[in-house]
Design a protein around this ligand. Structure first.
Ligand code: 13P
Ligand code: ZN
Length: 272
């Protein structure tokens, strides 16, 4: 079976098209990376070219040595992925040291992996260690309402978590570990990758002020669902603030009751 016909590719194309339709990926905005399973890595072996030079990642991700990632291309439009796969995405392999990558498939005509590869790979590295390899997806979107809120709310993860939990009852169940916030930084380098991955140690969602959001998840569906949930919550908050603000809301005790009945653990730091 050709790479383009494999299940994980079909899923990736569906997810990227859905994300485009959501309005999260104007022009080349946003990028997505997926760590292949051992089985998928074996399935692609007959179709890839390992005989290509390694290039520096710019950060070190030792625990991802020899892993394969499906990555979106830099400057490529998410909306085009379902139309022309090899021009817009590729598969990269990390070397033995965790310091270099090579493009073993796709990203034709001199295309490069996303400029946010350092942030993606450092976040994958943190999640790999934290979840015993369960998390496979990092998604960076320019989700409109979350970005809008970074101009209004204090850039504080506790405030973002509490405000967004209040906007939809199931939020604390979907993201019990809350949200981290990185202040405005220059994108595309090791510094923002360091700040993002540090917050990924505690959260599955990290907002970049005045820019976008990173979500981490086990698979493509769950990561898309997480992005969708937190962005929808942000949309409700934008509407509520536009209507003059809350007049009643979910209380801290309501959240404790919810956590008990849904069997999730949520920190008291969000329940003051
Ligand atoms: P790339 O086109 O390099 O993926 O960059 C888009 C982006 O969203 C930068 O943060
Ligand atoms: Zn971006």
């Amino acid at each position: 079976m050709a790479i383009a016909d494999m299940h994980f590719i079909k899923e990736f194309q569906k997810m990227t098209n859905d994300a485009w339709l959501k309005g999260w990926h104007e022009r080349n905005g946003g990028n997505i990376t997926y760590r292949l399973t051992k089985d998928e890595s074996l399935c692609i072996s007959g179709f890839i070219d390992e005989n290509v030079p390694y290039k520096p990642i710019g950060v070190t991700v030792k625990n991802l040595a020899n892993e394969y990632f499906l990555v979106t291309g830099s400057g490529k439009f998410i909306r085009n992925i379902s139309l022309d796969l090899e021009a817009n995405v590729g598969i990269v392999k990390i070397d033995e040291t965790g310091e270099n990558y090579k493009i073993v498939w796709g990203l034709i005509n001199g295309a490069r992996p996303t400029s946010e590869l350092p942030s993606h790979l450092m976040s994958h590295s943190v999640k790999y260690a934290q979840t015993n390899g369960k998390h496979r997806v990092i998604m960076h979107s320019h989700a409109t309402n979350l970005i809008a809120l970074t101009f209004i709310l204090p850039l504080d993860g506790v405030v973002f978590t509490r405000e967004l939990w209040e906007m939809a009852t199931e939020c604390p169940v979907v993201f019990p570990s809350g949200i981290g916030v990185v202040p405005w930084m220059v994108p595309g380098g090791a510094e923002i990758a360091e700040a993002t991955s540090e917050l990924m140690k505690k959260h599955d969602i990290v907002i970049w002020a005045h820019h976008g959001v990173f979500c981490s998840g086990e698979d493509l569906d769950l990561t898309f669902g997480l992005m969708d949930t937190v962005e929808k919550s942000a949309e409700i908050l934008v509407k509520v603030l536009s209507m003059g603000g809350k007049r009643q809301t979910i209380t801290s005790q309501n959240f404790r009751d919810l956590a008990r009945d849904f069997n999730v653990s949520i920190s008291e730091e969000y329940l003051k």
